[in-house]
Design a protein around this ligand. Sequence first.
Ligand SMILES: *Cc1c(COP(=O)(O)O)cnc(C)c1O
Length: 376
Amino acid sequence: MNISFNVPPFVGDEIKYITKAIKNFKISGDGEFTKKCNSWLEKNFSAQKILLTTSGTSALDMAMLLCKFQRGDEVILPSYTFSSTATSILVGGATPVFVDIRPDTMNIDENKIEAAITKKTRAIAVVHYAGVSCEMDTIMDIARRHNLKVIEDAAQGVMSTYKGKFLGTIGDFGCYSFHETKNYSMGEGGALVINNSAYNERAEILREKGTNRSKFFRGQIDKYTWVDVGDSYLPSELNAAYLWAQLQKADEINNNRLSTWQKYYDAFKPLADAGKFEIPTVPPECKHNGHMFYLKLKDLDERTKFINHMKSNGVSCVFHYVPLHSAPAGRKYCRFHGEDIFTTAESERLARLPMYYGLTDDDLKYVTNAVLNFFK
Ligand SMILES: *Cc1c(COP(=O)(O)O)cnc(C)c1O
């Protein structure tokens, strides 16, 4: 037996669309497929503007650059996240300030944000861990009262909702990832959601190496020029063509993952109720996307034994994240506000089970049995 932790999604039409991009003689950015993906995402998520990017990280970088931070400005975020959430704040010129997470969803604890706000705070970067939304009403209310921007790291939250609103469309900016480990993929890629049209033009400029080329292609100006800072954030059409095939099957992929997630949940609920381990919590106002299924074991020692047990049964289970405030760059560039009650302790207990589009029922049963055997 050999069950991978992740298999990149593939629905079948990817090659057809990539061939079409090649035959269009348009393999650089912003051709037919990039435009199709942008409008599909805008329409289906009711967003005013969405731009494909080269990664979730570059979408985060763009969002932070659009905030125009000054040196010394601070951005509040959880420490339990991927490094990109913090590196983008550094790229944007501000200082990351960590606060603790909630143990139930592993998301930023909305009740610890306000105490971390100083005269220099400019934004809150929330991470919708496992595609389960943060407590956005509370967070948006804090942001409004303190005049802060909200950046949603929705890398894992494509298709998830909070009170009926798609993640990424609630704050000022939303950032999606289409990395091969995410629900929808284009190899490496992502998208920036812009929820205020005042930022549309500068976003296009940042994405096109600091030039107003997008305006030129629309025929709004007769030559394009260098006007601002920027980088190359637009992906190749070849990648966009791969994603287009996946977006066409977005509901199928979502339903398939949700069904796998639910089967894990049902299989493990009795043992979770008996206190053997914990399983994910999804608050009633959140609809998730089956991005991840994890167990939280007693402690680091039990998790190590569990992952080794699964490995000896041919099942690959992984853990993450080493809290950013304890990493070398975190210690150098960031600070943690308040007490780390849950971030480190909870992160050391968490193990992720194989979860991907197309995981077969047989494989799922095999994984489930291997888990149950460990607790016998
Ligand atoms: C995957 C991920 C990212 C980075 O996305 P890339 O497309 O790999 O750059 C950022 N934040 C979170 C929470 C992620 O899971």
